[in-house]
Design a protein around this ligand. Structure first.
Ligand code: B12
Ligand code: SF4
Length: 537
């Protein structure tokens, strides 16, 4: 069997006012932080996971040009699998036509969250459905194994390509990081959550704690990394799992020597099962947490139950005091939001002091309860276009705001967080300083090693402080830089000559980035096309 797996074709459409869709942190969690927004590189993980877990050889194309895609088709292909999210609907249609033209006998299989389009009619889905042979509505590894007549119950292994954080988009500052996948979906079923709906409001486990640990070992053996992101919509929900995985890491001398830690996603009720020290013991360094709104009683039962009983201020303080950074997430444009309480909600969110901020407007996605509710209320647009999905979609009517008004609130909220807490790099510096303080004299050597790792991270981030001071968004942030620099000196001594030279170099790079940002309006950065060949087995 000759198998070709591909993500959508380049070029990607221009993005709205510098809001780069392709970078998780840049477009989401550090959006609005001027030159300090953090570009992160990610991959088409779903496709790699499938390719690494079938017995047939396969080729994975990431962001192919039309030429590259056609060249691969012409080599002769039996199955073409395409992974997409909704904004690439038309691109995928185009790709299916190319397959029919250049490899007419190939079977076309569509997968990824984009297939949620088939649960709604905008008038174009039948055409795409007609071009494809099979649609995978959910988990793809087992689907593909079934298609190839392979044993579906074999364990899932993973050795996914590295992602990276690239400050100022400067390759010299690139920090690679691994990606691991433990489970897909979440059973909490929040009304707005597309990921939960896509996997049938279930959590589908892909790797046991031992298998996930093996993936960490493979990555550490191959790459000079010290951290990973575990993609799992609610990783902390299963405490036994997390404990087993965490202790495998803790008891492994090499993992410890490399100071390996990981970030992941979890809701507040899942986090409440742990003490912050347990989270550190199990290897966690960062959590993406949905705050959604302070008006918990108005959010409905499903969203309410993941937040209920947790004091977000206390949780955020406790976690950051233990050296765990937080990607806070909040939504604007709930039906209960009016001009007064939206301000209160923004003030509440900003006061939490998250390390990264994902503040976004409520966006309905097909198959969710929110979608069905808006449909019943006649509030979905009749002429909605899948390709227009993004941070600035106009797919439904908000109750109390125009789209423009809400987008202004969003920009203002992000600005307020930025002016209050400064760039995420500065917030991260403080989290590491706190982690160092918390654990430097801990009786257990594991935690003292964590303290050392925090001290190293502080030393690395120190190089950014002069640039942050120079381009600070407010006087307050400038004085925060001075305070934190002073605290660093008290805890870890005077910066070395090497560190001062690094700071000079980073300030020069930041200055150039600022100049470039002033002179050239930013538009979509086209990702590089990449080809991966897998032997199968
Ligand atoms: C990481 C991530 C990103 C990364 C990387 C995306 C990528 N290239 O995969 C970045 C930051 C680049 C990103 C960007 C965007 N993202 Co995004 N992203 C995610 C996130 C958090 C995880 C995706 C992931 O990798 N999961 C792990 C892999 C293993 O799972 P998977 O992709 O679902 O794949 C499995 C199955 O779907 C299936 N499958 C997938 N592809 C295929 C193909 C075939 C042939 C088959 C058979 C099966 C199959 O098998 C896989 C294994 O089981 C999800 C939310 C979530 N929790 O799922 C949102 C999500 C996918 N993103 C979303 C959106 C909207 C976007 C953006 C458009 C952002 C925006 N608002 O403008 C951009 C689009 C850019 C782009 N080119 O893709 C939506 C998609 C909604 C939809 N129904 O289409 C999601 C669901 C978030 C949400 N809003 O709810 N995203
Ligand atoms: S808890 Fe998070 S991942 Fe789970 S359904 Fe709600 S929003 Fe989605």
């Amino acid at each position: 069997m000759r198998i070709l797996l591909s993500s959508p074709l380049l070029p990607y459409p221009p993005f709205h006012e510098g809001r780069d869709n392709l970078h998780l942190n840049y477009g989401n969690c550090t959006y609005g932080q001027d030159i300090f927004a953090v570009p992160t590189q990610m991959h088409a993980y779903g496709l790699h996971l499938i390719a690494q877990n079938i017995q047939s050889p396969s080729t994975v194309l990431e962001h192919p040009t039309e030429r590259l895609f056609v060249r691969e088709l012409r080599k002769g292909v039996d199955i073409v699998g395409i992974s997409f999210v909704l904004p690439f609907f038309s691109k995928v249609m185009e790709m299916c036509r190319l397959v029919r033209k250049h490899s007419p006998s190939a079977k076309i299989v569509l997968g990824g969250p984009g297939v949620q389009c088939f649960s709604h009619s905008t008038g174009r889905e039948d055409e795409l459905h007609g071009l494809a042979d099979l649609i995978c509505r959910g988990e793809g590894v087992r689907f593909f194994r079934a298609l190839l007549g392979e044993d579906q119950s074999r364990p899932v292994s993973q050795d996914l390509p590295l992602g990276a954080v690239v400050p100022f988009r400067n390759p010299l500052l690139r920090q690679p990081s691994a990606t691991l996948i433990s489970a897909l979906g979440c059973s909490n079923g929040c009304d707005f959550c597309a990921a939960s709906a896509f996997f049938g409001h279930r959590r589908i486990l892909l790797a046991s704690p031992t298998e996930l640990y093996k993936a960490v070992k493979i990555s550490l053996a191959k790459h000079p990394i010290t951290s990973a992101r575990v993609l799992d919509d609610n990783f902390l929900v299963d405490k036994e799992y997390v404990r087993e995985f965490g202790l495998l890491l803790k008891n492994d001398a090499e993992v410890r020597r490399r100071r390996f830690t990981y970030g992941t996603f979890a809701n507040m009720s899942a986090i409440a099962q742990y003490t912050p020290e347990e989270l550190v013991e199990y290897g966690i360094d960062d959590l993406l947490i949905g705050v959604e709104s302070q008006f918990v009683d108005l959010l409905g039962p499903r969203i309410g139950r993941k937040l209920a009983g947790t004091d977000a201020h206390e949780l955020f303080r406790e976690l950051t005091d233990h050296g765990i950074s937080i990607e806070g997430s909040m939504i604007l444009g709930w039906d209960f939001h009016d001009r007064k309480n939206i301000e209160e909600d923004i003030a509440y969110y900003v006061s939490l002091g998250a390390t990264f901020d994902q503040i976004v407007c409520l966006l309905p996605l097909p198959e969710t309860r929110l979608w069905r509710q808006l449909q019943q209320e006649g509030r979905l647009r009749d002429d909605l276009v899948w390709d227009e999905l993004g941070f600035y979609s106009r797919w439904h009517r908000y109750k109390n705001f125009t789209h423009e008004e809400l987008w202004e609130h969003e920009d203002r909220a992000l600005r307020k967080a930025y002016e209050t807490w400064g760039p995420s790099y500065l917030r991260l510096f403080e989290v590491h300083l706190k982690g160092y303080r918390r654990f430097r004299a801990h009786p257990d050597s594991f935690f003292r090693e964590r303290a050392e790792a925090h001290a190293n991270d502080c030393r690395k981030l120190l190089a950014l402080l002069p640039a942050i001071r120079l381009f600070a968004p407010s006087e307050h942030v400038r004085s925060e830089v001075d305070r934190l620099r002073e605290e660093f000196r008290e805890e870890l001594g005077r910066p070395t000559l090497k560190s001062n030279l690094e700071a000079l170099a980073v300030t020069a790079i930041a200055g150039l980035a600022k100049l470039k940002a002033t002179l050239i309006a930013e538009n979509t950065v086209q990702p590089r096309s990449e080809v991966y060949r897998y032997a199968g087995g």
